[in-house]
Write a protein that binds this ligand. Structure first.
Ligand SMILES: *Cc1c(COP(=O)(O)O)cnc(C)c1O
Length: 455
């Protein structure tokens, strides 16, 4: 009786020899197709044992279609395009900066060819990968020398490990930062092998606090840009230039972890002043570290720029080998920096700068168009409106600044605000909005085209 029912199941071999198996074998390989077919047959067998009239595929073609659908699902990349309407321009969880077309092309070309990554074409001999971007960084920032690693966390780690291993680094208590994604300055310092020497208080640190801390075992003075917060009110901190002069008088290097790292003066694009690498170095700071994918708008990278003797030591540290960037990153970074040679071109071509500097009228026009499409999509089911909103630059740039923006706000008759957020996340191209004041919103500062809504 039981055997009679199970006789309806095909054999793996009979399905494999069916003509429509050929395409999926070519696509997924024989082993995976065999496993997928076997899984389908096994699960049908379990169903039939529970209920001998359970529905199972009728033809060989149907069996194969079932296996093929599962294989397609398992072969879909997990990393996929999403639409950032979350109200944060460089959103760490959404991959921070979108790089320029120029940078993307450069990375693509480097990926699919051999390149002179460490090869001096003039000499026909081994070269140094830092040479590809060092000249540009120096030109754009006034640094004497520069090197590039995987990210800014790596830059801080490498610089401290080189210059202060087994020694003390002085940091103000007002700057013991934690950045999202578990960059905690005290922890990075410990991993670099240097000892944190805290001075001052959370809100006030004076030059004499640094002075009192300097002893034989201090190797460096470190300042961290308070990227994602500001201490306001009864506060004081020595200026970079004052600390630089003090450090010089003590023969100590002075390093600033700038974090966001503006290359160009962004006030020229109508944005608030953000300390540039060049200004920082000009105030007498010896070394600056920044991220490549924050305000700079390039690929994930960490730039260390400043005094030649210090950068030379850093490049010689064997840890650099473990933290170096790949050819695609360097290609994208070089292309991004090339755009900065003409700041107007940088503002046009680098999405991070373009989105931050975008006119409010332009944001509103996109929001209105998006609202029309979404309204058509939901019909009578939802109320869709355009509202004035605020968003953030993100990634630790301008943390206290609410940037003006426009959002599409949606109220649905059957879905809650959180339900709508989930619904938009579940689209073919997931859309990431946010719920604020119990209202689901899609912030439009970060959206320039709307074809993703039509799909
Ligand atoms: C963002 C940031 C970091 C970490 O940079 P990553 O490139 O994410 O590694 C370190 N310090 C400061 C001040 C930052 O803003």
């Amino acid at each position: 009786m039981e055997n009679e029912t199970l006789r309806k199941l095909p054999s793996v071999d009979s399905l494999l020899s069916h003509s429509s198996s050929t395409t999926i074998v070519a696509e997924y390989g024989r082993d995976r197709v065999v496993s997928a077919i076997r899984r389908e047959i096994d699960s049908a067998r379990r169903l039939l044992l529970k209920d001998k009239s359970a529905p199972i595929p009728g033809s060989e073609g149907e069996w194969i279609a079932l296996a093929s659908a599962k294989l397609a699902e398992s072969a879909r990349p997990k990393l996929m395009k999403v639409i950032n309407c979350a109200g944060v321009v460089t959103h760490t969880n959404l991959g921070r900066s979108i790089i320029s077309e120029e940078a993307a092309r450069a990375a693509h070309n480097a990926a699919i060819s051999n390149v002179n990554l460490e090869y001096d074409l003039a000499k026909g001999a081994r070269g140094d990968r830092d040479d590809l971007v060092e000249g540009l960084i120096c030109e754009l920032t006034g640094a004497e020398s520069a090197t590039v690693v995987n990210n800014n966390a790596a830059a801080v780690l490498l610089a401290l490990n080189t210059l202060a291993f087994g020694k003390e680094a002085i940091v103000s208590r007002g700057e013991l930062i934690e950045i999202g994604g578990s960059f905690r300055l005290p922890d990075i310092m410990a991993k670099s092998g240097c000892v944190l020497r805290e001075v001052g208080t959370t809100n006030r640190t004076h030059l004499y606090d640094y002075e009192n801390a300097v002893s034989g075992n201090v190797a460096i003075i470190l300042r961290a840009h308070t990227s994602n917060y500001r201490i306001i009110g009864f506060t004081t901190q020595p200026k970079d230039s004052e600390l630089a002069e003090f450090a010089r008088s003590k023969g100590l290097p002075f390093m600033v972890d700038l974090g966001s790292g503006a290359v160009a003066d962004i006030t020229r694009f109508g944005l608030p002043y953000e300390q540039t690498i060049g200004d920082t170095l000009r105030s007498g700071v010896d070394l600056v570290t920044v991220s490549g994918d924050k305000l700079l708008g390039g690929p994930q990278a960490g730039i260390i720029a400043g005094r030649r003797d210090l950068v030379t030591l850093i490049k010689k540290n064997h840890l650099k080998r473990a933290l170096r960037c790949c050819k695609m990153t360097l290609a994208a970074l070089e292309a991004t920096l090339l755009l900065y040679l003409n700041p107007e071109k940088a503002a046009r071509s680098i999405p991070t700068l373009r989105l931050l500097a975008r006119s409010l009228d332009n944001v509103r026009a996109t929001a209105e168009e998006a609202a029309r499409i979404i309204s058509r999509m939901f019909g009578q089911e939802a109320e869709v409106s355009v509202i004035a909103d605020t968003c953030q630059a993100g990634s630790g740039a301008m943390p206290e600044l609410d940037m003006p923006s426009y959002s599409v706000a949606i109220r649905h008759k059957k879905m809650s605000a959180d339900g709508l957020a989930k619904w938009f996340r579940g689209r073919g191209i997931p859309v990431i909005g946010r719920v604020k004041d119990d209202l689901f919103r899609l912030d439009m500062r970060t959206v320039e085209t709307l074809e993703w809504l039509e799909e």
